[in-house]
Write a protein that binds this ligand. Structure first.
Ligand code: 5GP
Ligand code: MN
Length: 311
């Protein structure tokens, strides 16, 4: 971290980027670092490969986020990406930047940058950005606090997942002290969903199946079209599939325009789903992982069950 701070202090023009289909941590850590670097008068361009999901667009700064970039940068800082491929078609341009810094909390991180700051014990990349800003003696203001708190809150499922620990609460306390508003943020993220998101949740629950101790559901393109919904509207659906007392593994398939599937897996206890995700070219954490795949969902379920030795 010391070297990263030295590099940040030394250089002038920064690109900050996070992963495709950005979640709360991707948006929160990008904005938190963006506002932090602006405070010390750096030139900063924040980028996400896709548009900011509507549920996070209330955060200050989201309008500045670009979906592509041009021009010269001294440093590219990649956030919450275990695999540099997760920046999608921006990878080629990103690799042209002389100094790359990789900040992440995924245990499956491939350490692809010149400077890698990876801490799998951290609840979120947002928590790591808070550490970095504090160590660099950059003052935390309300914009930074709200952005980083959103990342902490969403990556811990509202301070419930196994990655929630004393340090998470210490970070949250600090952020609240410097202006984060917990009730406002949880209302905006969890209670302001468009109706189509509830309808897609309903459809996923209606189509739920249980096989070999795995609960799964498949949302097709037609399901999304019927409600005018997009992939971002299904964020959080897999958490519902994981609420049953009859299974320890939940899997949601979300079909994309090109027919392939985005697969989200959740597990309980010491059932490790990240290795299966890695096998399919994805990644994640022990209890939450995902990947993209072409093929028949029923076959993929069978294969996952073989890998995880389901009952
Ligand atoms: P979700 O199921 O919510 O999309 O993702 C759960 C976890 O798995 C997150 O930590 C996310 O970063 C990771 N993940 C999901 N899909 C992919 C993927 O295609 N590649 C990699 N490397 N990680 C993924
Ligand atoms: Mn994260």
């Amino acid at each position: 971290m010391k070297k990263i701070i030295e590099e940040i202090k030394k250089q002038k023009r920064f690109l900050i980027i996070s992963h495709e289909n950005p979640d709360g941590d991707a948006v929160g850590s990008t904005l938190g670092l963006y506002f932090g670097l602006k405070k010390i008068k750096k030139e900063v361009v924040p980028v996400l490969p896709n548009k900011v999901p509507k549920i996070y667009s209330f955060l200050n700064g989201t309008k500045v986020i670009q979906n592509d970039f041009e021009g010269e940068f001294d440093v590219g800082i990649i956030l919450d990406c275990a695999d540099i491929g997760r920046v999608e078609n921006l990878k080629k341009k990103l690799l042209k930047i002389q100094t790359l810094i990789n900040i992440d909390h995924h245990p499956s991180n491939f350490l692809y940058a010149k400077f890698n700051y990876i801490d799998p014990k951290s609840s979120s990349t947002s928590e790591l950005i808070l550490k970095l800003l504090r160590r660099a003696k950059i003052e935390i203001d309300e914009n930074i606090a709200n952005a980083l708190y959103t990342g902490l809150m969403t990556d811990t499922g509202g301070f419930r997942f196994p990655n929630t620990n004393l340090n998470t609460f210490k970070a949250a306390t600090y952020l609240v002290k410097y202006g984060a508003n917990p009730f406002y943020l949880s209302e905006m993220v969890y209670s302001m969903k468009p109706l189509r998101a509830l309808r897609i949740l309903g459809r996923a629950l209606e189509k739920l199946r249980k096989e070999n101790g795995v609960i799964y559901s498949i949302l097709t393109i037609d399901d999304f079209k019927e409600f005018g919904a997009e992939e971002e509207d299904a964020e959080g659906v897999v958490e519902y599939l994981n609420k049953s007392n009859e299974s320890n593994i939940a899997i949601l398939f979300k079909q994309k325009e090109n027919g392939s599937y985005k697969v989200s897996m959740r597990s309980k206890g010491n059932i490790n789903v990240v290795n299966v995700a890695l096998k399919y070219g994805g990644g994640g954490h022990i209890n939450a992982a995902g990947f993209d795949v072409k093929g028949n969902p029923e076959e993929i379920i069978k294969d996952i069950c073989r890998e995880l030795k389901c009952e």
